[in-house]
Design a protein around this ligand. Sequence first.
Ligand SMILES: [Mg+2]
Length: 361
Amino acid sequence: MRDNRIILHIDMDSFFASAEIRENPDLKGRPVVVGADPKAGKGRGVVSTASYEARKFGIRSGMPISRAYRLCPSAVFLPVNFSLYDRVSDEIMKILRSYAGKFQQVSIDEAYLDVSNIGSFEAAVELAKRIKQEIYGKEKLTCSVGIAPSKIIAKIASDHQKPDGLTSVEPSRIKEFLSPLPVRKIIGIGKKTEAELNAIGIKTIGQLAEYDIQKLISRFGKWGIYMHDLASGIDESEVEEEECCKSISRELTFEQDTDDPEILDRTLHSMAEDVHRALIEEGFLFKTLTIKVRYSNFITRTRSRTLVHFTDDPAAIKSLSAELFRDFLEGRKIRLVGIRLSNLEKTGSRQKYIEEFTSPA
Ligand SMILES: [Mg+2]
């Protein structure tokens, strides 16, 4: 294993709930649950995020919302507001990106940074403190950071002391850090594998690392080797920017639902200009454009088109969005419209313009 790498994993603390609390300080100190509507205990759907106060009642992400309601009926239940979280996430990722040449966003509130060139774990700890301060200073949100020579250990470390944690696992401490932890801490080991491992007496990562690899292979196949490697702290995977998961989007809810073609047209046009500006600012080309429409009755529809080539041509954004939107103009009143650019690529030498497109479905 290459011990000379230094990788940071940054994970925002109860991100959706924290963003809501930041927007509405009255919620501070109260149990906040973001997710489906609990409908006084009859609601379907699940908890998306629970604030730390809500977690004290045993409420967890992924739990049925009806159960969360039973655990704490007086909690503040809020719907998921992705446009808020997207906006905050963009600001946080901008900060993180500025700290490392190699940056990989893995979800709306998590990223890896490869800071190997900083030279030492001590320096990386100082850097992590600066990052935490900058995020808190600018966004008033806390995060937890893990520092380690590999992505998997950095991720386990960021989860080690939450919220507002900072855990550094130097190469010499890997074994001591991992050994006592339950196998479930390894990404990919879910409930089912955990139960199978427990059944053969493996409860901790240390026990997994020491277990006879041949026996693991005969039981789990290739996955056995992978698990054994991870338990031993072996993970060579690199921090790499993945543009595939990123997107740039804008949406707008009208003050009053409307079917006025002129208002809709004007809104779409200015939104196209907005996403274009963001695309240029962030230095991306796009390939897929999606239009989203929510009608008065809250039914939401989307239509997408993927181009043959990457582009950042404003005319392409305007004409595509107008074309896709046409199908939604059917006299029904519209509550919200949105444009999303996805399938992004960093601006390079390639530059294609609209004349070069053909438009497959
Ligand atoms: Mg998080």
